[in-house]
Design a protein around this ligand. Sequence first.
Ligand SMILES: CSC[C@H]1O[C@H](OP(=O)(O)O)[C@H](O)[C@@H]1O
Length: 350
Amino acid sequence: MERCDQDLAFMLQYENVAWYENGKVRILDRRIYPTEVTFVECRTYKEVAKAIADMVTQSAGPYTAAGMGMALAAHEAEGKTEKEQLEFLAQASYDISHARPTTANRMKIVTEGCLAAAKEALAKGESAVDACFARTIDSLNRRYSAMEKVGEYLAALFPKNGTIMTQCFGETIIGMMLRAARKNKNDIRIYCAETRPYLQGARLTATCCAQMGFDTTVITDNMAAYAMQRKGIDLFTSAADTIARDGHIANKIGTFQIAILAKYFEVPYYVTGIPDKDKMHGGEIIIEERDPKQALSYRGIPSVIPQVKGMYPAFDVVPPHLISGVVTDKGIYVPYLLNDYFEGKVSNFY
Ligand SMILES: CSC[C@H]1O[C@H](OP(=O)(O)O)[C@H](O)[C@@H]1O
């Protein structure tokens, strides 16, 4: 596949995130992008669930992979009785949505949506594969248009030619934020925390920012305080894997410490995303614990001797008092008043 010159456009193209075609799902391998552009091919839905657990794709990529995985599961179940097909798809929905614990509730929305679409299609004698595929494209379109609004609300907060710090890579928001800043003719400078151990910030965010012509600097995660003290950071922003209704958010490990620094340096911190309807408070957030070995080596090169232990919590939780605002598709909300978002009240952020 020819790699277009705009990494962002390339990364946001549906078929490059994850794509179902003729009995297999192809997923862009973000573990090695952009130094290599390769795709992992999955021939069973279980291989898709494993690819999600192994972070072949990350951020919002797993939502697309989950839907495409359900189309593959429907393909695998073809030829069974309708009852057996729905039992197979229900198991697939559970296995795929629980590939990573922290975002299982959000993933379930995608996989159970596909299951419902498949049930409807089978009842009408139509293809469950096509139903899952169409449902996935529809949810992608809805997510991209919602995140476009989020990107516009966020970019409107950026000072003219301001300096922004980011953490990790939320592909949809990074894409929409950069496009909105471009539309606003706002030549922001961006400091991307590299986000060890997976390096989403260095490999993915910084690549997209630089490719779109923004002045982009990668900092190691331990430089955040220095950068806030000496580089005139105007605003810190991150996406979120979970946004509880009491204002606690979970995001990539390291976000919590940058949020504390932002408070200390009086740098506003804006979290982007749609609050989780079914998460009432921070205590309900499950933190995924990943294989510590992944934190003790990079691309197979160990950084410690075998006797040394490691740890790798994938996310941490930021309390609402460190968050200036939650930037949603309906506007910006004070983290303590997120219930207003679900009650259809307009933004309560002034
Ligand atoms: C829309 S979720 C974006 C969120 O996901 C990333 O986590 P991971 O790379 O482990 O999938 C990171 O926390 C991003 O902010």
